[in-house]
Design a protein around this ligand. Sequence first.
Ligand code: MN
Length: 249
Amino acid sequence: MSTLFISDLHLTPERPASTEYFVEFMRLKASSANTIYVLGDLFEYWIGDDASSILGADPVISEFKRLADAGTQLFFMPGNRDFLVGDALCDQAGFQYLADQTLVTLNTEPALLLHGDSLCTDDIEHQQFRAMVNNANWQTQFLELPIETRIEYAHQARTMSNSNDKNYSDEIMDVTESGVADAFQDHAVKLMIHGHTHRPNIHKHRISGTDTIRIVLGDWYEQASYLELDDGTLKLHIGEQVKTIELLD
Ligand code: MN
């Protein structure tokens, strides 16, 4: 009876090892969970559900569908790479779609789930990109372009954000203190779970006199990384390493 949280798999046919970790994880670990939350950047980029085969996503989609058919609840939240995931993919994979920044209840504790890029408020360039691509008109126009044109655009966007291929994580700005404080206060929660920064950790913050916990999920470039909630205990797995914290009571 466990709940799993994953993000930042950045799956792409160009990095087959990550897909292998993930398929193994789905078969060995995920099949015993009753709920799985994907908190964004499942895919390195997503240019529309009509291109899923070209993006090499079919094996992953069928792994998810197998779990969904067996009764696992699957929730998908978009990240800054796969914000164009739509209804067709959700149907195929058995995903229930969650908007970025959604409140859920874990056991009895309200928790804010988000991809995390909205917290990186110092990254002005990214916030401008985010505002543009989250616009419904922009999305409609983009999805009407030929697939080849969309792929070209995605490659350009990746080149801009991955200027140093060896170390992606250093290229992603971290969250800001004010971004985190605002999110805790706006949503009136004491627990937040997000990914995006590729800096997996469990942080404790004191926000206006209230103790809060922020859990950051890791990426899957070199190892599997996930958060597991089981019987009120949260375990953050980063490869072989495990960090544990009790759910607030
Ligand atoms: Mn991201």
